[in-house]
Design a protein around this ligand. Structure first.
Ligand code: ZN
Length: 552
């Protein structure tokens, strides 16, 4: 299968209405199985079209046609949601609910029950506006032209400079990156302010006190709540923050620095962070060998992805930032988008997105609602594969495999306090929707000091006054997603611990978990893979100790 083979008809408000009328007629006629099957097919087609449209835009944000198509998709999305929600309501209200459950599985009904509380036609225009504001953020970020060491680069291109062995280069790169955010501070504040107020308004219209509860429901969290998340944040603060502070202090001493500054945090290895060997083509070939050693299923899948053109890995000037995996449910083949820049992040992104892709491919024949799990579960698939690739990492980094593993474990630990900080920040933001931009920066600064007390921005004012959150696209476009990485990390580390005593068994559990897709809620999936819930006492502390033994 080639990426160019994948197409889907462009929908319109009329075609959507007609499709849903047809599905409803089947239900009217009492043909439940046919109606649900037709709905599944309809959602696959819509999703394939929507994914393609968004992917094209992300691949070239400067292309006017792609931009117009993507704007059209964003405008149409609330109408599609409206039809979907109406159908979910209808199925949930049926007298023979057991018959629905027999076809879709019980978990789908629990998901729909959550979904129907997140939408009412009264917020359709707000959702359109929300997508537009996030587009503004994406476009603003993608517009960055940063001058460093005589080169003009975008934000994704900064990483190699931020990891340079020369402290002066790192400092100038950090300065230059921040300068872009300082120069556009008013616009970044304005977009966020509008998003927060819009989301708060939607929550009020739907009968919530503020956006927090609605945000959780939009994430389809059905088996844990904000109190569980708050306890998890406390565990990170208790068990990980002191450890990372210790690692940073050791780094300062080793290098003989008077202070450790923010521009010293990305250089994890005093000999220089290990880098992937060779260009993109070489890396793909090496990855193929690595996946062959890891699991034959994964190797076959990766080969098909590569041969079909389902990888777009290298950074280009007008490409949107970040990395992600998207899917085309009519075809069952996912797509990996990344911004390779020659640093070890390329490997992290590669193994991470490959985990998402492999899961999505493994569950391609499940019902539409189960193609992807909720995101804290999805991130287990991606983050675990980062750790499970350690024993075969020499394919990608040669003799630096041990150094790569150490670096990756340190960065895993370093991420946890930042991750929960981002989550805590959003809770405060949405609890206080009327805060001014200056107050929002003060909130970040206070929480940053709590979770990352080592952070020192030196003379970089925008960082020092609490501006870091503006660099994180999730806080703009994917509210409350951030904790999911930290919950998944606790599970991924458990897979790593298991793999050290029995690699094949850990890999088999991992592959089985991928095949389960989103057929169960988070903690049920976790238990089914033989893992302990991150919310359980001691779960985080235990894996952190294992990692600490290797890095501290
Ligand atoms: Zn991910």
């Amino acid at each position: 299968m080639k990426i160019s083979d994948i197409t889907a008809p462009k929908p319109s408000k009329d075609s959507l209405a007609a499709a849903y009328t047809r599905i409803n007629q089947m239900l009217d006629e009492g043909d439940l199985a046919a109606g649900i099957a037709a709905w599944d097919e309809q959602r696959r087609q819509y999703e394939t079209w929507s994914s393609l449209t968004h992917l094209h835009f992300e691949q070239d944000t400067a292309d006017e046609i792609f931009k117009a198509e993507k704007d059209f998709a964003d405008e149409l999305a609330p109408a599609a949601t409206s039809h979907e929600i109406a159908l979910k309501r209808r199925l949930l209200a049926m007298s023979n609910r057991a018959a629905v459950e027999a076809i879709t599985g019980a978990h789908a009904l629990r998901l729909w029950q959550t979904d129907v509380t997140t939408f009412d036609p009264v917020i359709e225009a707000d959702l359109e506006q929300e997508a537009k504001l996030y587009s503004r953020y994406t476009a603003l970020r993608a517009s960055a032209k940063i001058e460093v060491e005589g080169q003009t680069i975008n934000l994704s291109g900064l990483a190699p400079f931020l990891q340079n062995l020369d402290r002066g280069v790192r400092y100038r790169a950090e300065q230059a990156g921040w300068q872009f955010f300082a120069d556009n501070a008013a616009e970044f504040d304005d977009i966020f302010d509008q998003l927060v107020k819009l989301r708060h308004g939607m929550a009020k219209k739907l009968g919530y006190d503020n956006f927090i509860e609605l945000g959780y429901r939009r994430m389809r969290r059905i088996d844990y709540n904000a109190a569980d998340v708050a306890r998890y944040r406390d565990q990170v603060r208790a068990h990980v923050t002191p450890l990372v502070a210790q690692i940073m202090e050791a780094r300062r001493k080793t290098n003989g620095w008077d202070k450790l500054h923010s521009w010293d945090e990305s250089l994890t290895d005093p000999a220089g962070n290990p880098k992937p060997q060779g260009d993109e083509a070489q890396l793909i070939a090496s990855a193929q060998s690595m996946f062959e050693d890891m699991a034959p299923e994964m190797a076959a899948f990766f080969k098909a992805m590569n041969e079909g053109g389902f990888l777009d890995l290298t950074n280009r000037p007008t490409k949107a930032g970040g990395g992600f995996c998207t899917s085309f449910p009519t075809a069952g083949m996912p797509f990996i988008f990344a911004n390779f820049n020659g640093t070890h992040h390329d490997i992290d992104v590669f193994t991470h997105e490959m985990g998402h892709a492999f899961q999505n491919f493994s569950s391609r024949d499940l019902a539409f609602d189960y193609l992807w799990p909720t995101s804290e579960s999805a991130e287990i698939h991606s983050m675990s594969l980062e750790h499970l690739s350690y024993p075969y990492m020499s394919h990608l980094v040669g003799d630096d495999a041990a150094r790569y593993q150490r670096l990756h474990l340190i960065e895993t630990l370093q991420f946890l306090p930042y991750g929960v900080l981002g989550d805590h920040f959003q809770h405060e933001i949405y609890a206080n929707p009327d805060a001014t931009p200056a107050e929002r920066h003060a909130i970040w600064k206070r929480l940053e000091h709590m979770y990352m007390p080592w952070r020192d921005y030196g003379d970089i004012e925008h960082g020092a006054k609490g501006g870091l959150w503006q660099k994180q696209l999730h806080f703009y476009g994917l509210p409350f997603y951030y904790i999911d990485y930290t919950l998944a990390s606790c599970c991924a580390l458990q897979f790593w611990v298991k793999s050290r005593s029995d690699y094949r068994a850990a890999m088999a559990d991992y592959i089985a978990l991928c095949a389960r897709g989103g057929s169960a809620p988070f903690q049920e999936l976790v238990a089914s893979a033989g893992l302990i819930s991150p919310f359980a006492d001691g779960a985080l502390e235990s894996v952190v100790k294992d990692a600490q033994a290797l890095v501290a």
